[in-house]
Design a protein around this ligand. Structure first.
Ligand code: PLP
Length: 460
């Protein structure tokens, strides 16, 4: 029988805290009848966020195309959903049960390119788009492509979404940490980037790319255009590729705007930096995490390199077909004058307004708790909350932030993820919370957390 020490040790070493031991304990408590506020994961539909009607109408019709011939559907579905489903169906003779081309369905890649061109007012090419099973697979493909040997490394923010650290571990590659500047709203800092790169090179690592997550997970920060320009210049000077994780581009709550790396790079006329941008239907106002729907857009690489991406994808045959269709619907929403337009706009606004309100409660109220501070969440679905607690000089087997999160869970039923799961500046303690649960639960969370934190401080 295969035992643990017989299997690939990189899988054992890889860590993904968002679904780690605290969550296991939360589920155990829930089975015992405790009520838990799950703030550990950005999975909107599990928090009563409704799927957009238009998206589900079209997908339903495509899953069961016999309906397209029934007169009765005109009473059940919006006319533009029916028309859209017919249009898609006619272009896909195999329907949703068939494999697609490895890079993705042609008309969807075209629609994605048009979406990018419209969003950024820049040219975009369909044959530089790859449809993937969520952004995760896109990021993993890029990392797999760039890592030539175990001495190769990729710069990753600290704190970061652990997809990046885990994938680098799996591929036996080097993670080159760079710290985000908490005092400056979690922006990137040039001196820190230079220092981190120089240290990696001095340690014999070959840096090949820098990963940037904007808007940030777990920070909730939105990068300024100047910050993005700085990163592009840094990458160009050091011959690094950029992996831009832009899955939260629609989740913006403050006064800052989202700028894609593609747009800024195009406007700066930078052509010597390869750019890999990823986007997904899991976040924004869609929250369609379960459809595993996403894409990769690549700029400034040769045809023969893109062909290798396609080959990599072909080893898995193709991204799931329904996910690709969902991506199509993400990039082609109903137009003004179409039957679904008003409802779509209403549903979208409601979701974004609600998230904005909850980000405000988290930003305002957590900062009122003595011993807790947080950068006001400007985007994404998270806040990375700083705990002003003593950090012992010697690290225990269970890190201090994990002890805190476990005690918080046991005491209050609030399930958050310790900062150490994302990385944090040495000597600091954090946890990450989402603001996805309904507003009443977020308000409840703040008051329970306050009581708990004061008691916990006094214990110490
Ligand atoms: C920054 C970031 N990138 C990628 C993903 C994964 O997205 P997908 O569901 O499209 O794989 C997540 C999910 O939480 C994320 O936070």
């Amino acid at each position: 029988m295969i035992k643990l020490n017989d299997i690939n040790e990189k899988i054992i070493q890889a860590e993904y805290a968002v679904r780690g031991s605290i969550v296991d304990r939360a589920q155990e408590l829930e089975r015992q009848g405790r009520s838990i506020i799950y703030c550990n994961i950005g999975n909107p539909h599990t928090f009563k966020q409704k799927p957009l009607t238009y998206v589900r109408e079209v997908l339903s019709l495509l899953e069961f195309p016999n309906l397209l011939e029934k007169q009765a559907i005109t009473n059940l579905f919006h006319s533009d959903s029916i028309a859209r489903a017919k249009y898609i169906y006619n272009q896909m003779p195999g329907g949703v049960g068939a494999y697609t081309p490895s890079a993705g369905i042609g008309f969807i890649r075209e629609a994605v390119a048009e979406f990018i061109a419209m969003r950024d007012k820049i040219p975009a090419l369909p044959d530089r788009i790859l449809l993937t099973d969520g952004a995760s697979k896109a990021a993993q493909a890029v990392i797999q492509l760039l890592i030539k040997s175990p001495s190769y490394g990729i710069m990753v923010p600290v704190p970061q979404y652990p997809l990046y650290s885990a994938t680098l571990t799996l591929l036996d590659a080097k993670k080159i940490d760079y710290y985000l500047d908490e005092a400056n709203g979690w922006q990137l800092d040039l001196d820190e980037l230079e220092e981190s790169l120089a240290k990696a090179k001095a340690n014999g690592i070959t840096p090949v790319a820098i990963t940037v997550i904007n808007p940030g997970n777990p920070t909730g920060a939105v990068l300024t255009r100047e910050n993005i320009e700085m990163v592009i210049d840094f990458a160009s000077r050091h011959k690094l590729a950029i992996l831009a994780d832009e899955v939260y581009q629609n989740n913006i709550y403050g006064s800052k705007s989202f700028y894609s790396f593609a747009k800024v790079m195009h406007e700066l006329k930078v052509e010597d930096v390869s750019l890999f941008s990823i986007y997904s239907m899991s976040k924004g106002y869609f929250g369609e995490c379960g459809h595993r729907s996403g894409y990769l857009e690549v700029r400034n690489i040769d045809d023969e390199v893109f062909a290798q991406f396609v080959k990599l994808q072909s080893i898995n045959l193709c991204a799931n077909t329904v996910g690709q269709l969902a991506t199509y619907l993400m990039v082609t929403p109903p137009k003004l004058g179409e039957a679904s337009y008003d409802l779509y706009a209403r549903e979208k606004d409601q979701i974004l307004q609600n998230l904005k309100e909850k980000s405000r409660v988290i930003g305002d109220e957590l900062n009122k708790i003595p011993g807790i501070s947080v950068s006001y969440p400007e985007g994404a679905m998270y806040a990375f909350v700083k705990l002003d607690l003593p950090v012992p000089a010697k690290v225990d087997i269970i890190p201090e932030d994990e002890k805190y999160c476990l005690a918080l869970l046991e005491e209050t039923g609030i399930c958050v993820v310790p900062g150490s799961g994302f990385g944090q500046y040495p000597g600091t303690l954090h946890f990450r919370t989402t603001f996805l649960p309904p507003l009443e639960e977020i308000i409840n969370l703040v008051s329970r957390l306050k009581k708990f934190h004061i008691a916990y401080q006094n214990l110490g």
